[in-house]
Design a protein. Structure first.
Length: 59
């Protein structure tokens, strides 16, 4: 199961980061604030992926 989940998680993180970049461009977020936006979104998505993995493995 972990062999399938890790590439899926990497794909999800890459896709979310490309969407975040498009959001920053569209909403004209200043360059100084962009790292904070990316960090926040990446942390939240990582928490979501870890909780999904735990749920799949232990249910």
């Amino acid at each position: 199961m972990i062999i399938v989940f890790i590439p899926f998680a990497v794909f999800i993180l890459y896709f979310i980061n490309s969407l975040t970049n498009a959001l920053c461009i569209q909403k004209e977020i200043p360059v100084e604030r962009q790292p904070k936006v990316f960090r926040t979104i990446n942390i939240l998505v990582t928490i979501l992926l870890i909780s999904s993995f735990v749920e799949v493995m232990f249910t």
